[in-house]
Ligand binder design. Structure first.
Ligand code: 6PG
Length: 493
């Protein structure tokens, strides 16, 4: 093939729903996309149907795909995360030249993206691991894109990525995240936060149903109202619509869905990483565990017959006040969840040596993705005001917001506990808040216990500048008089 045939701006492998929609989106933005799929017949089907009348070009082999691309070649993989990505990279390599760029747009685990970048850079190729969020509609009309990897790839893909992404207030929901697997890392945290947001909404729904005895249509009206205030977001909006969707018999479809949540693992990865980095990302952890608990359906049904709880009396309080409190409880818990998510990213940046731009990340999530919300605009502002902000809770706006929300938040959790309604996400958020704002925690006792039974040592609070026990001295006390004075070696996991 002559170089005249190298007309494609970008190639895309994987014509499932996300791939097809992303191609059509890039085509709308004026880019010539070359499409390829493992089952080649799908290429022609796509060209004759969804892509009919567009400038999309088909390729029937990896070699043809590569020949039809302008240099440096840019190829997006939208295939199942895992071995399929490595497999396509291997197939592409023989047809690529120095400086060409492979972009993985799947939900890959960031350590895989770290490895892939290293391996490809050694061969003179560039790698980008990009978070892509927003589902089918996002892909078609503007997703949130979170690219990271070989820095040298960014100038070459910037225009295509930023034009293809969602735009909010004239700014693209896409920017360079950083080195190696940082793009996929940020997408992983996005998904963890998505798990948290969804769990919080489910708890609010459960409370309205079980404590206030509300029907789905009435609850939908509440979500509609909330969607005009501080909770304005995609997930609140779709919850409203889900609750209004009736089955053939006129009953809400949601009431007929098996209450056992699935998960593909990105929330679990976030929680595992939080444990690895020693960050108290409790809300995402609880959201993952809540899915696990829900999926023990048969066991829960058996338990419901033998484990009693309080009888829920008909609600006699001020319903409007209660619903306003619930809105505040959801808002405050959300502030905690995002504070925790940004704490995790801050620690990851330190640990993995990435330079993360937190305002930029909030802006990438402001539109196009599943967690998009007005709230993310406030987070963008907080980090724009102070890019070294230690914690979102130290920002004036969020500090005021959480103080305003606090009384209602506490009332809701108290009422739920009295009524026997589980609120793992609401409650863990409040526990975190109370722990975080407490200067002196009972960990002193915990340290004493560790030293008592295992001579694990402790440090004393400084009493004066000339203290005989300086703050950095590990001390062991012979608590019983029976043990020896030898202490265990000290290290922190
Ligand atoms: C997105 C979503 C998406 C995710 C699904 C399913 O940003 O568009 O996060 O990437 O895969 O939401 O996730 P679970 O199956 O784990 O709920």
């Amino acid at each position: 093939m002559s170089s005249q045939e190298a007309v494609g701006d970008i190639g895309l492998i994987g014509l499932a729903v996300m791939g097809q929609n992303l191609i059509l989106n890039m085509n709308d933005k004026g880019f010539k996309v070359v499409a390829f799929n493992r089952t080649v017949s799908k290429v022609d089907h796509f060209l004759e149907n969804e892509a009919k009348g567009t400038n999309v070009i088909g390729a029937h082999s990896i070699e043809e795909l590569c020949k039809k691309l302008k240099r440096p070649r840019k190829i997006i993989l939208l295939v199942k995360a895992g071995p399929a990505v490595d497999d396509f990279i291997k197939q592409l390599e023989p047809f690529l030249e120095k400086g060409d760029i492979i972009i993985d747009g799947g939900n890959s685990h960031y350590p895989d993206s770290n490895r892939r970048m290293d391996e490809l850079e050694k061969k003179g190729l560039l790698f980008v691991g990009s978070g892509v969020s927003g589902g089918e509609e996002g892909a078609r009309y503007g997703p949130s894109l979170m690219p990271g990897g070989s820095d040298a790839a960014w100038p070459a893909i910037k225009e295509i990525f930023q034009k293809t992404a969602a735009q909010t207030d004239g700014e693209p929901c896409c920017d360079w995240v950083g080195q190696a697997g940082s793009g996929h890392y940020v997408k992983m945290v996005h998904n963890g936060i998505e798990y948290g947001d969804m769990q919080l909404i489910c708890e609010a729904y459960h409370i309205m149903k079980a404590i206030l005895g509300m029907e789905e249509s009435e609850i939908a009206d509440v979500f509609e109202r909330w969607n005009k205030g501080v909770l304005d977001s995609f997930l609140i909006e779709i919850t409203r619509d889900i609750l209004r969707y009736n089955d053939k018999d006129g009953k809400p479809l949601v009431t007929k869905i098996l209450d056992a949540a699935g998960q593909k693992g990105t929330g679990k990865w976030t929680a595992i990483n939080a444990l690895d980095l020693g960050q108290p990302v409790t809300l995402i952890g609880e959201a993952v565990f809540a899915r696990c608990l829900s999926s023990l359906k048969a066991e829960r049904v058996r338990a419901s017959k033998v484990l009693g709880g309080p009888q829920i009396a008909p609600f006699e309080g001020d319903k409007k006040q209660f619903i306003d409190d619930l809105e505040q409880a959801l808002y405050a818990s959300k502030i905690i969840s995002y504070s925790q998510g940004f704490m995790l990213m801050r620690e990851a940046a330190k640990e993995y040596n990435w330079k993360l731009n937190y305002a930029g990340i909030a802006l990438m999530w402001r539109g196009g993705c599943i967690i998009r919300s007005v709230f993310l605009g406030d987070i963008t502002n907080a980090f724009r005001k102070n890019q070294n902000l230690e914690n979102l809770l130290f920002d004036d706006f969020f500090n005021k917001a959480i103080h305003k929300a606090q009384p209602g938040w506490r009332r809701i959790i108290a009422q739920a506990a009295i009524s026997g309604i589980p609120t793992p996400a609401f409650a863990t958020a409040l526990s975190f808040f109370d722990g975080y704002r407490t200067a002196q925690l009972p960990a002193s006792l915990l340290q004493a216990q560790r030293d008592y039974f295992g001579a694990h040592t402790y440090r004393r609070l400084p009493e004066s500048a000339t203290d005989e026990f300086p703050a950095d001295k590990d001390i062991h006390t012979n608590w019983t008089g029976r043990g020896g004075n030898v202490s265990a070696s000290t290290y922190l996991a």
